[in-house]
Write a protein that binds this ligand. Structure first.
Ligand code: A2P
Length: 317
């Protein structure tokens, strides 16, 4: 499996299993199956509500001798209600307990958004705290502390704009090793890609298939469907592959890490096989010129009345 080198010298597998929306009752089998067929990278977060089941799957694959801990790349994330220099340590310790491992390969600040400690998702503006109240640099300091304790081999961010990453670098001298962001042909993140390359930051593409299984309240009725995209389908037909495989290989060929989610045995295997697909220049150009701009996760859950966050100040666009 192809890998990308991070600033630490560690190599992150370019293909991994996403676990957002994988229900606790199905994620155990999904993770086990994925590792059995050859996945070596699992992307997690406590807010997905399934880290305990993933921990059971990891514990069993280790016990059964299918792989060892050092064969796997495991990422998790700091949820928004645990920002602040001193709150990162208990959060990562809880995730490590749930995952039944003693270190992460990568730990990310999940969003540049702060929630009050007792809140998981905001229902009203007062559930949120501003970045003036809890500065990102304080949280970044907490991330550096858990890194120096060896609890995560690498640290990074997710859903950060160029402006916010620059702020971290300028304020701390420490560059995040990864930024995990929504990325697919409708949101190719061209500027972010250039910035990441210049700064030796690896990008991971989340929702690479458009996250069609999001809860209805997070979907717009008129949103486009990547699986039905004419250009993607034509290329899939040409290579006797599926649209999902084309989307996965497009991400890898752009030198980004990609973490499609599936809990279905056949699709778990099919997605891994996408890494062998050979897209040519013409295919890549056609996808790059697909002509639709769309962000599936626009951040509107944070931009509620009286929240310090707006769509504009979240993405800095
Ligand atoms: P399932 O878990 O039943 O396979 P994303 O990674 O962008 O969040 O997308 C995940 C969605 O895409 C889920 O609904 C998942 O369903 C579906 N999916 C994953 N792999 C494939 C595939 N190869 N073909 C079709 N749908 C897929």
């Amino acid at each position: 499996m192809k890998k990308l080198k991070l600033q630490s010298g560690d190599q992150i597998p370019m293909f991994g299993l996403g676990t957002w929306k994988s229900e606790p009752g199905e994620v155990y089998e999904a993770v086990k199956e994925a590792i059995k067929v050859g996945y070596r990278h699992i992307d997690c977060s406590p807010i997905y509500g399934n880290e305990k089941e993933i921990g059971n799957a990891l514990s069993d694959v280790f016990k059964e001798g299918i792989v060892q801990r050092e064969d796997l790349w495991i990422t998790s994330k700091l949820w928004c209600n645990a920002h602040g220099a001193n709150r990162v340590l208990p959060a990562v310790e809880s995730t490590l307990r749930d995952l039944q491992i003693d270190y992460l390969d990568l730990y990310l600040i999940h969003w540049p958004i702060v929630l009050k400690p007792e809140v998981l998702y905001p229902e009203k503006g007062s559930d949120l705290l501003s970045l003036a109240q809890v500065p990102l640099l304080d949280t970044w300091k907490g991330m550096q502390d858990i890194h120096s304790k060896g609890l995560s081999k690498n640290i990074g961010v997710s859903n950060f704009s160029i402006k916010k990453i620059k702020h971290l670098i300028e304020g701390s001298g420490v560059t995040p090793s990864v930024n995990q962001i929504e990325m697919h042909p409708y949101l190719p993140q061209v500027q972010m890609n250039e910035f990441a390359q210049e700064n030796n930051i690896v990008l991971t593409a989340y929702s690479p298939l458009g996250s069609f299984d999001r809860l209805p309240q997070f979907k717009r009725a008129d949103e486009p469907n990547l699986f039905k995209d004419i250009v993607v389908n034509k290329i899939a037909e040409k290579h006797k592959s599926s649209p999902a495989q084309v989307l996965i290989k497009w991400a890898i060929d752009r030198n980004t890490v990609v973490i499609p989610k599936s809990v279905n045995k056949n699709r778990i295997k099919q997605n891994l096989e996408a890494t062998k697909l050979k897209l040519d220049k013409e295919d890549m150009n056609a996808i790059d010129n697909v002509g639709i701009d769309y962000r599936f996760l626009d951040g509107s859950i944070w931009a509620i009345p009286d929240s310090p966050y707006t769509i504009e100040n979240l993405w800095d666009e």
